[in-house]
Design a protein around this ligand. Structure first.
Ligand SMILES: NC(=O)c1ccc[n+]([C@@H]2O[C@H](COP(=O)([O-])OP(=O)(O)OC[C@H]3O[C@@H](n4cnc5c(N)ncnc54)[C@H](OP(=O)(O)O)[C@@H]3O)[C@@H](O)[C@H]2O)c1
Length: 325
């Protein structure tokens, strides 16, 4: 198998470390470089003992032989590093939000930073292979989808494209704590999170514009109204989303399942499942499990989706498409 030389920009976060685990084992990849702001000069396996087999030293700059880089920096910092890599003819998959939202003003309003490379937004491809496979394989810059948006979009896109639901959509999501990243914060301390559940960002979460952008793209006849409420729950990884929308006409559970199975028929990483999925069913895997059903009494579509935020919801989905073309 032909291999490609790959680097990770900022390996010391949760996404960076998870990328190192996945890329090191990938038969189509030669992981040759990993950069970090801290821990420069240290072996990756010393910083993350679970990566015992990964023989890489954290460096301050990416190596010249890199052909494809995964950028795992926080938003804001990502845009500059991405522009620099592209200037060196390195393709980039950016895991931050910097290139996901096409409208720069919308991005700046939600993220409260000035975009450092707005000129690249028009060429960035939203890296959800189930919706943008052909563009991803041609792209120089891929904006990896956010963790919540991946589960929500995969749960609702088939129903919206098929035109079976009304415009009012509710997405109720629960995330494990690794979704907040490795940077220390009071709200994610063990004593704050353990045996506790809370909703947050009720006025609007940053992932909302991305969800709306991609779901609205599935329909010309509906003006979607999306309510997205995230919750933090005391587990390490995983996102479960329960999505609701009123059905336009009566449809059976089997009819709904058929629409979803058809939509994802050729998708290796989305599984339409007959039982409600649980976050532990996706631990460490690149699968998104989708369970569509109908609440006949209320005339409502109910879709439960489930994924690992550090894999399918992190850098997992896009890497497979970009590398295998
Ligand atoms: N966590 C998820 O579930 C998830 C899912 C999808 C996408 N993402 C996105 O992927 C990116 C990485 O996420 P993450 O969860 O891995 O974050 P993280 O664990 O918080 O990692 C960020 C790390 O980057 C370093 N860092 C912080 N600010 C920096 C800066 N200005 N310049 C250079 N390095 C900096 C810090 O490491 P040092 O202090 O060691 O330098 C920090 O630990 C983010 O943009 C995030 O939004 C995250």
């Amino acid at each position: 198998m032909e291999t490609i030389n790959v680097g990770i920009i900022n390996v010391t976060g949760y996404i960076g470390a998870e990328l190192a685990r996945l890329l090191w084992q990938h038969p189509g990849i030669h992981l040759v470089s990993a950069t970090g702001r801290s821990a420069v000069g240290e072996k990756l396996r010393e910083v993350f003992p679970h990566l015992a087999d990964v023989d890489l030293t954290i460096e301050s700059e990416m190596r010249e032989e890199v052909e494809l880089a995964f950028c795992a920096l926080p938003h804001g910092a990502g845009a500059e590093a991405v522009a620099a890599a592209l200037e060196h003819d390195i393709k980039v998959i950016d895991t931050s939000a910097d290139f996901r939202i096409k409208d720069v003003e919308e991005y700046q309003r939600w993220y409260k930073v000035t975009h450092q490379s707005p000129e690249l937004l028009s060429e960035a491809v939203y890296g959800l292979p189930e919706l943008h496979r052909a563009e991803i394989s041609e792209a120089r810059l891929v904006a990896n989808p956010g963790c919540y948006p991946t589960g929500a979009i995969l749960a609702l896109a088939p129903a919206i494209r098929e035109g079976i639901i009304e415009s009012d959509v509710i997405i109720d999501s629960k995330s494990g704590v690794s979704g907040a990243g490795r940077t220390l914060a009071l709200a994610t301390h063990y004593a704050e999170v353990n045996e506790n559940v809370f909703a947050y960002a009720l006025g609007g979460h940053r992932h909302l514009p991305e969800i709306v952008q991609e779901l609205q793209d599935q329909t010309e006849s509906l003006a979607l109204s999306v309510t997205f409420v995230p919750h933090l729950i005391p587990m390490t990884r995983g996102i479960l989303s329960s999505c609701y929308a009123r059905l336009r006409n009566k449809i059976s559970v089997e009819g709904i399942r058929e629409i979803y199975r058809d939509f994802y028929r050729d998708e290796p990483f989305v599984r339409v499942v007959d039982r409600p999925p649980q976050t532990k069913h996706t631990w460490g895997s690149n699968f998104c499990l989708v369970h569509p059903t109908v609440n006949l009494r209320a005339g409502r579509l109910v879709v439960i989706s489930c994924l690992d935020n550090l894999v399918k919801g992190g850098g997992g989905g896009t890497q497979d498409r970009l590398i295998s073309g």
